[in-house]
Design a protein around this ligand. Structure first.
Ligand code: NDP
Length: 467
């Protein structure tokens, strides 16, 4: 896991390099095309679609990377998988997003400012130092999911994580051969009870009405055939009692009668509340906390989309979150094209990177020029993809200019401004700037470096390539 997270820590200009910051807060002014808030299956599906459409995406995966599905030990309704555990399913989608070039940050979002575009997103590291970072994004996909609901009764907070839980796959193993209670009659309750029934001696399910509302009927019926599963209908939970160290009893009311039942563990599965608090006052939000959509995944604000459990009071399926993610990404990609056109029509706020003038240096003026230069190469060629207003590109520019002078006639330098040639960037699989690609004198790629430090070391080793 650590290795996986470290892999995500790559500082690229297009990613606004928030992780390069080692003191907080730091602002990275170059906006990312799209930031995705959340790290569940919907979020990562958006990332896959955006990357495939040539739009760089940055996923801020938050405190619960993987989202709700990773708590599911047996997913049996994901197309193409007869059965898979939720964690493995997520790993596959996460890997797919990364293979396609998405960048995933192990940070949480603590504030957004949607008052002007590019939108401002403040994030925080998950370690104890909690350093904060600021990034800007031209568009935003909100995939913050939902948090488990609580009963709001006496003893619940006191014994939370000491006998009271909301995730059987996380804490269920503590209750081997013991008696556990599951509260709720939805699909989550069925899943929790099913998992616990394989570990515990007895599973008591408390349903406040006379019926389950779970949609997975086959699964529910299979569960209720278990001899160690007992359902208490028309039963509400009044109180959780304990011995000060841990919860030991449930006080329940059935048909007006109060009973004290000894239990070792209590698992709540009574639904969830959308995680939309960060967006209060900035987006339209319904009374029950869901982000209101104006149209397919579009929120009340241009360039801001919302997907999955934070918008969906009805389905809350991994597959519907993934579908939302695809729809949001496709719309974001189209809208960004128009937005970027409008923005690029404005006067440039900063001076562009100066290009050294030399016969050996070419600043690309048309897309075809690159392939024709490579196919007619007579000397090694170094192609640098840059963006005029990116800090790391500016940082490396003097070193590139020096190399242009030093290797004149021995190495040809071609500079590609990705603001003008974004399709070339995707064609040459460039996912962040600055990127330098080294070609031999036959026009074959022989090396590729990303970011100023890596490019600097390539420039320092140019002697071995130069003619
Ligand atoms: P649901 O809202 O579907 O069910 C919540 C359950 O908790 C209901 O039985 C509800 O009772 C009960 N409940 C709510 N508040 C209380 C309370 N204060 N005291 C006692 N009982 C209470 O939530 P789920 O998390 O189960 O599911 C959410 C969504 O996610 C659903 O759409 C579900 O289909 C989906 N899902 C699908 C899965 C799948 O594998 N297909 C897996 C998990 C979730 P009442 O019915 O009386 O309101």
């Amino acid at each position: 896991m650590l290795k996986r997270l470290l892999k995500s820590v790559i500082c690229l200009c297009m990613l606004a390099s928030p992780l390069c910051a080692n003191s907080a807060p730091k602002e990275a002014n170059e906006p990312v095309p799209t930031v995705i808030l959340g790290g569940g299956i919907g979020a990562l599906t958006s990332a896959v679609y955006l990357q495939r459409a040539g739009v760089q995406s940055l996923v801020i995966e938050g405190r619960d990377p993987g989202g709700a599905i990773i708590q599911s030990p047996q997913v049996q309704n994901w197309p193409g998988e007869v059965e898979i555990d939720g964690y493995s399913l997520m790993e596959k989608v996460r890997n797919q997003a990364e293979v396609n070039g998405a960048k995933i940050l192990p940070q949480e979002v603590i504030a957004v400012d949607f008052s002007q575009r590019p939108y401002k997103v403040t994030t925080r590291d998950l370690d104890e130092k909690k350093a904060t970072h600021v990034l800007y994004a031209n568009s935003c996909i909100i995939a913050t999911g939902a948090a488990p609901k609580l009963l709001g009764i006496s003893g619940e907070n006191k014994y939370w994580t000491r006998g009271v839980y909301s995730c059987a796959t996380c804490d269920g193993a503590l209750f081997k051969d013991k008696t556990v209670a599951v509260i709720g009659g939805g699909d989550s309750a069925v899943l929790e009870a099913e998992y616990l029934s394989k570990i515990a001696k007895k599973v008591l399910i408390f349903v406040r009405s006379g019926t389950f509302r779970a949609s997975e009927i086959m699964r529910k019926e299979h569960l209720l055939k278990n001899p160690n599963v007992e359902v208490h209908y028309h039963t509400t939970i009044q109180e959780i009692k304990g011995d000060e160290n841990k919860a030991t009893q449930l006080v329940v009311k059935t048909d007006g009668k109060i009973k004290n039942l000894p239990v070792d563990g209590i698992f709540l599965a009574i639904g969830s509340t959308p995680n939309s608090r960060l967006f209060q006052g900035q987006l339209e939000i319904s009374q029950d906390g869901y982000i209101v959509l104006k149209d397919t995944q579009r929120t009340s604000l241009a360039g801001v989309y919302a997907i999955g459990d934070v918008v969906d009071p009805y389905f809350k399926q991994a597959i519907s979150a993934a579908g939302d993610g695809a729809k949001a990404a496709l719309q974001a990609e189209r809208e960004l094209a128009t937005f970027t056109e409008k923005v690029s029509a404005k006067p440039a706020p900063l001076a562009a990177i100066p290009i050294a003038h030399s016969e050996s240096a070419i600043d690309l003026t048309n897309a075809e020029q690159l392939s024709s230069e490579l196919s007619s190469a007579t000397m090694p060629i170094l192609v640098e993809f840059y963006s005029p207003y990116c800090g790391p590109c500016r940082k490396i520019a003097p070193a590139v200019d020096q190399a242009i002078q030093k290797y004149a006639g021995r190495v040809k330098f071609i500079k590609v401004n990705v603001s003008d040639f974004s399709t070339l960037a995707s064609q040459y699989k460039v996912y962040g700037v600055p990127t330098a690609i080294m070609y031999d004198s036959k026009g074959q790629e022989i090396d590729r470096r990303v970011g100023p430090d890596q490019i600097n070391s390539l420039l320092n080793s140019l002697d071995k390539f130069a003619q």
